[in-house]
Design a protein around this ligand. Structure first.
Ligand SMILES: Nc1ncnc2c1ncn2[C@@H]1O[C@H](COP(=O)(O)OP(=O)(O)OP(=O)(O)O)[C@@H](O)[C@H]1O
Length: 308
């Protein structure tokens, strides 16, 4: 967690980037405080990878400024390489290079690396120590790319869709590992499409859409922003035409799945729904009520952006 005395790990101000005259980042600003897990969320093509590649010094920005612990990634400063670990969506290594060799090689680039054995163990790659890169499964390649990003004991690690392609158990193991890293004071910048991941891990998230930051806050605060939205679901005791509920004041969506009906809307809709059910002579069984979460906030923010 962050403390009052923590310094800025990453500062991005008015970042702009175009590819062949097409503007993909128009004006992106945010900062990541030392020791926090910061998430970048957004739909496909929003510009998240471009942002992290500019921060990692892998892409030249078109405008604005970036600082990583006071260093500009555009300067190709060798000290930056020692403090920053980056795992990208698709990393390719020579087919025959084994997991053990790759980690030993990468460890040799850094002044104070972690032991390849420890990292292999932590990421469950021990059994693949002597397996060549081409023979690893998609999830094993993913674990290896995370291991390579962390081997140099970075102060800040950028992880782009690190759990995509991992099975649920491996995903949870990686989450625990990230929580341990945070406890060790490592700053983490995650790009993710998994709202559950962001909600569980991130201290703050920026939602990116169309090359801009459309919201930035803690997952809880973003969810609270759409907290007027609730989801009521129940099993009707008799068949019910969903259109009856759809026309009630305040009701947003009504959908049926298996034998359940789900209705979304503000607090005030509950009474309307139950009065209407009673009027139709329909009872409600196994009633569930859920409040908005980060995913609801994400969908609402992106929809809002898409409206003319
Ligand atoms: N090398 C490139 N040349 C031209 N256009 C590119 C290049 N890389 C990315 N783009 C475009 O820039 C935009 C932003 O891409 P980017 O990969 O940063 O998005 P993203 O938010 O990471 O997407 P995703 O969630 O799908 O990974 C997209 O429209 C993409 O097509």
């Amino acid at each position: 967690m962050t403390s009052d005395t923590a310094e800025q790990a990453i500062t991005v101000e008015h970042l702009q980037k175009s590819y062949h005259d097409r503007r993909v980042l128009s004006d992106v600003s945010f900062d990541v405080v030392e020791g926090e897990i910061f998430g970048l969320l957004g739909p496909n093509g929003a510009g998240k990878t471009t942002i992290v590649e500019c921060i990692g010094g892998l892409r030249r920005r078109g405008g604005g400024s970036i600082s990583v612990f006071g260093r500009d990634p555009a300067d190709d400063d060798p000290e930056l390489r020692d403090v920053l670990g980056i795992q990208l969506q698709e990393s390719a290594l020579p087919d025959k290079l084994t997991v053990g060799e790759a980690l030993t090689l990468y460890a040799s680039f850094y002044p104070d690396p972690q032991s390849p054995d420890v990292v292999m163990e932590r990421l469950g790659l021990g059994p693949q120590r002597d397996t060549g890169f081409a023979k690893l499964s998609g999830g094993q390649k993913q674990r290896l790319s995370v291991a390579l990003a962390l081997i140099g004991r970075p102060r800040v690690a950028i992880l782009d869709e690190l759990t995509t392609g991992l099975d649920p158990q491996a995903r949870r193991e990686v989450w625990s590992m990230l929580e341990e890293l945070r406890a060790d004071g490592v700053t983490l910048l995650l790009v993710s499409h998994f709202m559950e991941e962001a909600q569980r891990l991130c201290d703050r998230v920026a939602i990116i859409d169309g090359g801009r930051v459309v919201a930035l806050d803690s997952p809880g605060a973003l969810a609270a922003g759409v907290d007027t939205l609730h989801r009521l679901s129940f099993r009707p005791t008799r068949p019910l035409d969903p259109a009856v509920l759809q026309q009630l004041p305040g009701v947003g969506d009504v959908y049926t799945s298996d034998d359940r009906i789900t209705v979304t809307g503000p607090d005030a809709m509950f009474e309307e729904v139950f009065v209407s059910l009673r009027a139709c002579g329909v009872g409600a069984q196994r009633v569930r009520v859920e409040s908005a979460d980060l995913e609801d906030a994400f969908v609402e923010l992106i929809n809002r952006e898409e409206q003319p």
